[in-house]
Design a protein around this ligand. Structure first.
Ligand code: ATP
Length: 545
């Protein structure tokens, strides 16, 4: 969920320095695919389509296709099982999207869920003032990284990055510029000072990125909640909001869940569900959408223990990400300014093709939400501690991640062009989606060597009809084997099973590994036992512990 500032702003995100791509990362044999190619790949391979495309699409709304929904469901399952199944003290709920409008008054969203809006008078385009400034800061960070990369090239193995950063005059100058802007931005956002945001934009000479125009309007507040109207009540009374976060459904159900599950503190409530935000600028594909899905867990604790739990959840969540993605792609980013009720907040950032950006937020939110609901509803939102014999409003540490951003992070990291393993010719390349087998949409594809031979087709279909009861499989005989392999590589299928003429004789089939391209002969009765454990969620869940 979001940090709602006293003065009505979302938290500014200010990147910290000190990150350098490791040479290993830069020199990878496989080439990471650029963003445009990635979005095209996602569409062509049935992962993501633009919403209502036949009407030229609706901005910032996307539909998940047949492979997309499988992958997204697997990611959600990975989150859900690691939260709910593997914790005795975390339970799940599924709250409704519509909530009593007072919910959003208490949570602060009605008054303060705002972004600073600025229009360009010439291009008539709208921007988030803070994002324009952050983009400018990203450019400065880019310059710092360029200097560091130059240093690395110059000094090779003797390169001491920390020393270089501390002494190089160019880096020092950029860092100073960056820090000054970061400080001004953070203060302006915390104070809700729209005039100062405009001043920063003017001082930095920031122009409309598309047209270069610097003809800006004043900056003003823009509430991000979508509203709709109840059918049977006219006017303000009947005004409802589409929830901008799932968390409030958890807070208002705190006492229901605690009483019905008899959980003792500390315990958590987890939920996956849709959230809606009227984002001013929605771009970067599924990174920023107006309708998206969140996976949130609110962990209720005794006041005074928040620091300890905050640290534990930070570590647990990073481990969870590291089971899927390499360390070089992930980093923590502490919030520079804290909202008045939060006593700690950090983002887990992922290196998307457009830079390090928030993937998940971990916030220590004190008793702000439960306290506010208690006050406005007049209903007790307390916990009776059987040990101390005291009642109190619990504190909360929350973890909040967007399922769509996780999807994008996963695609970004997994999709690559690489030289075909085992081949000398560097021009012999393939596009492959190296997803962890546990989250791959299809676990195995079964294909007959020839589609016009009934014996091969029947045997392949028998195998398919057996394996489909165990995990997601696909039968395909619509092309040559080489073509079918490439098609499965493109959607990340970890195993291809080919039925050939030997199969009819001896009951064995070829199993091809997506990553190594190694092929082994396996008895058809052994397929489930061989593939099942490698594509199941168990290994992934264990590696996140
Ligand atoms: P940002 O600063 O990027 O707008 P936020 O701080 O507003 O994010 P939170 O309110 O903390 O985000 O939401 C928790 C998570 O929900 C985010 O880490 C992100 O993964 C996801 N999320 C938030 N807004 C969007 C959106 N418009 N589209 C897709 N995912 C989103």
């Amino acid at each position: 969920m979001d940090d709602i500032q006293v003065a009505g702003q979302r938290q500014p995100k200010v990147a910290n320095h000190g990150y350098l791509r490791t040479p290993k990362f830069i020199d990878r044999m496989a080439t990471e695919i650029d963003f445009k190619t990635l979005t095209a790949h996602a569409k062509e391979n049935g992962f993501i389509y633009q919403s209502s495309e036949i009407y030229d699409g609706l901005a910032a709304a996307y539909d998940y296709g047949p492979n997309g929904v499988l992958l997204k469901n697997n990611l959600k399952e990975y989150w859900w099982r690691s939260m709910v199944q593997l914790h005795d003290n975390i339970v799940g709920i599924d709250a409704s999207i519509f909530m009593h409008p007072k919910t959003w008054k208490a949570s602060g969203h009605v008054d303060a869920f705002n972004d600073p809006l600025i229009d360009n008078k010439d291009s008539k385009k709208r921007f988030r003032a803070d994002v324009l400034i952050e983009d400018h800061m990203d450019k400065i960070e880019g310059k710092i990284n360029k200097e560091v990369a130059k240093g690395l090239k110059r000094f090779g193995d003797d390169f001491d990055e920390a020393e270089f950063r501390a002494t190089n005059p160019n880096v020092q100058r950029y860092v100073q510029q960056y820090d000054e802007i970061a400080k001004r931005l953070a203060t302006a956002m915390t104070d809700g000072n729209m005039a100062e945001l405009k001043q920063i934009i003017e001082d930095l000479g920031i122009a409309d990125p598309d047209t270069g125009s610097k003809n800006w309007t004043d900056v003003r507040q823009f509430n991000l909640m979508f509203s709709t109207q109840l059918g049977n009540i006219a006017g303000e009374e009947g005004k409802l909001y589409l929830r901008p976060e799932t968390a409030q459904g958890i807070f208002v159900n705190f006492t229901n869940v605690q009483k019905t599950t008899r959980q003792k503190l500390p315990f958590g409530i987890a939920q996956i569900g849709k959230a809606f935000r009227n984002e001013i600028v929605a771009r970067q594909f599924i990174f920023r959408m107006r309708e998206f899905e969140q996976m949130e867990m609110q962990f209720f604790i005794q006041p005074g223990t928040q620091q300890e739990w905050y640290e534990q959840w930070k570590e647990a969540r990073m481990k969870w990400h590291l089971a899927l993605h390499p360390q070089s792609k992930l980093r923590f980013h502490d919030h520079d300014n804290l909202a008045h009720y939060a006593d700690a907040a950090v983002d887990i950032q992922f290196e998307f093709p457009f830079g390090f950006k928030e993937l998940e937020g971990i916030h220590s939110r004190t008793d702000f939400d439960l306290g506010a609901h208690q006050e406005l509803s007049g209903k007790k939102m307390q916990y009776f501690d059987p040990e101390t014999k005291e009642s109190y409003v619990p504190y909360v540490v929350e973890t909040s991640i967007g399922a769509d951003r996780l999807f994008l992070a996963t695609l970004t990291h997994a999709l690559m062009d690489e030289q075909v393993p085992g081949q000398d010719d560097p021009n012999n390349t393939r596009t492959v989606l190296k997803l962890h087998p546990a989250i791959a949409p299809v676990k195995a594809a079964i294909m007959p060597l020839k589609r016009n031979d009934d014996r091969l087709v029947n045997m392949a279909k028998d195998i398919f009809n057996d394996l489909r009861f165990r995990f997601e499989v696909q039968y395909d005989d619509t092309g040559s084997i080489g073509k079918l392999y490439r098609r499965q590589d493109a959607v990340g299928t970890p195993f291809c099973i080919t039925v050939d003429f030997d199969s009819i004789e001896d009951g064995t089939v070829t199993v091809r590994d997506r990553d190594t391209l190694e092929q082994v002969r396996v008895k058809k009765e052994e397929l489930a036992g061989m593939i099942g454990p490698r594509v199941g969620m168990g290994t992934l869940l264990r590696s996140a512990q």
